[in-house]
Design a protein around this ligand. Structure first.
Ligand code: PGA
Length: 251
């Protein structure tokens, strides 16, 4: 898949049903049909309706925020890729730091989930990122590289090419502290080099790498203008249509 500019909104556990539909409708109405891909990653209850709302614009896609690694079975409370696929969901966010921290998701489990999502013909948006102590120790590149190697480097080049990566430093998520454009660029370049070493420069150059962590209308343009930053995964600012649309128009 060719490298794209992507603005992805991650609603997390926010919005009652109708609130979510209103937000999705405003986002779709305010999005022009351009080469920029707009993704809404919604709670499960909104997915089916948001898929319908998004149908009017080819460049608007819908993502789940998680799925189970198994195809089906006795996993009370979980959602399978087959279920997501059957309602037309395009992508699944995997390995968000909140899933890693509060739900014990580790690199090995995420490797399984990535394969399950790819097997269902959907696109994984794979999140990685270091906590503050790791950055303070200057070990962020090694840490993030390890997350990517352990969860993704078993894949064939063909499968790897279908993945979107989201670099989200944990110290910048929901804190109002954004990584500087240079910090984002440095990590994104390191990730692209890592991919190039493993899969070659063509695959690396075609991989979309998003930045996440306190992306706002006021800082999106500068971050997105970095050479190796292909867009953003946006939490808080994706909950207001105007803010999210301003970010969508920041490329
Ligand atoms: P934030 O969240 O934009 O609210 O910092 C980003 C994310 O967790 O994806």
């Amino acid at each position: 898949m060719a490298r794209k500019n992507i603005a992805a909104g991650n609603w997390k556990m926010n919005k009652a049903y109708q609130e979510g539909l209103d937000l999705a409708t405003a986002v779709v109405d305010g999005t022009e049909t351009t080469d920029t891909i707009v993704i809404m990653s919604t709670p499960f209850i909104h997915l089916q309706s948001v898929v319908e709302i998004a149908k009017s614009k080819d460049n608007v896609k819908v993502a789940a925020q998680n799925c189970h690694q198994a195809q089906s079975g006795a996993y009370t409370g979980e959602i399978s890729v087959g279920m997501l696929n059957s309602i037309g969901v395009d992508c699944v966010v995997l390995g968000h730091s909140e899933r890693r921290e509060y739900f014990n998701e580790n690199n090995t489990l995420l490797a399984e989930k990535v394969k399950t999502v790819l097997g269902a013909g959907m696109q994984p948006i794979f999140c990685c990122g270091e906590a503050l102590p790791t950055r303070e120790a200057g070990e962020q590149v090694e840490y993030v590289s390890n997350q990517i190697k352990e969860s993704l480097f078993d894949l064939s080049a063909e499968d790897f090419s279908k993945i979107v990566i989201a670099y989200e430093p944990i110290w910048a998520i929901g804190t109002g502290v954004t990584a500087s454009p240079q910090q984002a660029q440095d990590m994104h370049a390191a990730i692209r080099n890592l991919i190039s070493d493993k899969y070659g420069s063509e695959v690396a150059n075609n991989t979309s790498i998003l930045y996440g962590g306190s992306v706002k209308p006021a800082n999106a343009k500068e971050i997105f203008s970095q050479k190796d930053v292909d867009g953003g995964l946006v939490g808080g600012a994706s909950l207001k249509a105007d803010d999210f649309l301003a970010i969508v128009h920041s490329f």
